[in-house]
Design a protein around this ligand. Sequence first.
Ligand code: ADP
Length: 733
Amino acid sequence: MHTEDHIIRTIAVMTSGGDAPGMNAAIRAVVRRAISRGLKVYGIKRGWLGAVEGGEAITELDWASVGGILQRGGTILGTARCHQFMARDGRRQAAIHLYRLGIDALVVIGGDGSLTGAMILQEEWPELLKEAEALGAIDLPDGPIPPLRIVGLPGSIDNDTYGSDMSIGADTALHRIVTAADQLTSTASAHQRTFVIEVMGRNCGYLALASALASGSQWVIIPEEELDARWHQKMVRSLRRGRDAGRQHALVVMAEGARHPDGLPLEASTVKTILDKRVGETRVTVLGHVQRGGSPSAFDRILAMTLGAAAVDHLLDAKEDGTPVMMGLRENQVVATPLHEVIENSRRVVDLIDAGEYGKAMNLRGVSFQSQLNLLKTLTASEAKPETDRGNLLILTTGHDAPGMNQVVRVAARLAMNKGYRVLGALYGMEGLLQGQVRELGWMDVSGWAARGGSELGTGYYLLEEPDLPVLEDVLKSLEISAIVLVGGTSVYRSAHLIASRLDAYPGLAIPTILIPASINNNVPGTDFAVGADTALNNIIQAVDKIKDTAGANKRVFIVQVMGFHSGYLAILSGLASGAEDVFIPEEGISLKQIVEQVKKLRESFARGRRLSIIILNEMASPTYDVHMIQRIMSEEGGDLFDVRSIILGHIQRGGSPTPFDRILGARLAASAIEALTTLDWQETKVRVIGLRGNQVVSESINDALAEMAWPQERPKDQWFMRYLDLVRSLEI
Ligand code: ADP
């Protein structure tokens, strides 16, 4: 708690600059974590403007004041641009207001402009206070002036802040863009039109690139990429090729900061004029502020709460010298980066683009940004250009279906064709394959699959057994398969393991095989995320948001049962993202004592005036206490203080169009899978699993992957997301 011998007792939180969905979740986490750690918390309204104005703009926040805001877009504190704060007089005013309230530290949620303001205030703090004293506005104690501590959080839909792989709001903006692109695709195909979609991003192509990849768009224009003098001819050629190949529609996504080769702004209307003349009827849609709006996605809520709680913990626990930092998420870990580093690097990209140094700007965006751009370019070529004949590649979606499987097949199939494979898709998963049911996939056959839920090839739960192996060997032989891509969850891991362990007996199965994890439960080893889990999570939180609305005037506890099999992933993360009171998970099991204690806590809080409570229950949390029994016990013990309802969400969790995250993950894993098939040495290991670890796509043998699995529960021994359990429990009651 000590920094330069000063104990932090009072903090303030503000949102500043452009608003971003998820800011409320961050405010909630900052306030509740601070209160639970014994701090007094003020909320500053309208960003720096509120700090300069003081008075009612800076008010104390309590636990209840941030209730019910998690799912709301925008920011309850409001935000503004404030020119007064750009001048020293304005900052002195702000310092006076903060000092008078005894505020020792500020948590600033905003973009690099807002964070720059914070850093300047922090640097000038002692001087500003001395000036204020000289003016008679405040009295300073004898001795050194206590410093102002600052922690920033990246709040910007553009995702242009250095120091965090994602900023708060970017994932939700992607949701909005991709939904709009899907809708435009359907009207575009009906009329054989081309659409140009302009998305936000003055200096950052992240939203444009990621949404183009997720929506299956044909062309992208971003500020970081240098357009050559003939860029329009290349674009026209690509779109024409697509149309000639049978594509019914085309989407071009451009960032608002796109530039001509000479550096001047490139307007969407210019792109339209070119396409109208040379490709066909083209319409422009400028998405504008819808990208900022609406309820935050599951990822943004979780990111915001994680960073919000970490900001308070950093203020109280960090052993550093009080340097201002920004909390960010890098490689799936919370990291504090000095604010000056954040600001310098974020600015540097802008300067490099202005100076026409595109290559350097692109380098600062990182390897994964560049590889996504390359991937998009390969995918938007309208037909395969094989260099060599690599034989037949078999793709199979099997086990329970997961949203995003179609994107995996689409990307894997097209890239495989590019590498010279003929691609066969097995129908209805492993069972269909054993009956020899396959269909050849051409380039256009998978068009439009990025947006589709379920599995177009068909899938089904089937565990391969020893007697199936000779049958499978025959099928693969007759189809002359030279490589296999398996897409699915735990059942595919087990089937793949059986194949890998019986190669001696069935040498015809010794075919390079790569497994791409797809499971809404996220209960498979070898990857931090399986394709489909993010969609399921969003399905759950949207359902819970609606359930909350139905409580009305009644005092209610809802017990919501979610999937997840023996893994608490969906329960913990949806519990966090929906503001649940508690979660019941298989990793802990459920005891009667736990239920009774929960009822006691609920009775106390409902007696104090609480109206609504959510408890998330994993489907396998306990063999004894199922959702109905827990409901009855809680009803009985709750008396007339509250009413208890149980809801089993069921298959709704699997359904619907995949989220941008699942589509991008699917594309990345599929691309790396095809790359691995054509570049790795397959002599020793015939069956490999590909997955995302931190930011890296990595592959390992099926045996190594399964060594990480806990049996008989069938879940990874080490589940990184268990760290969120405390956060769920600490932000409630
Ligand atoms: P964002 O935080 O989204 O990047 P802006 O760049 O508009 O948004 O910055 C928000 C606010 O932060 C500004 O209106 C201003 O009050 C403050 N700010 C930005 N840059 C500075 C600066 N160089 N010095 C002081 N305050 C700044």
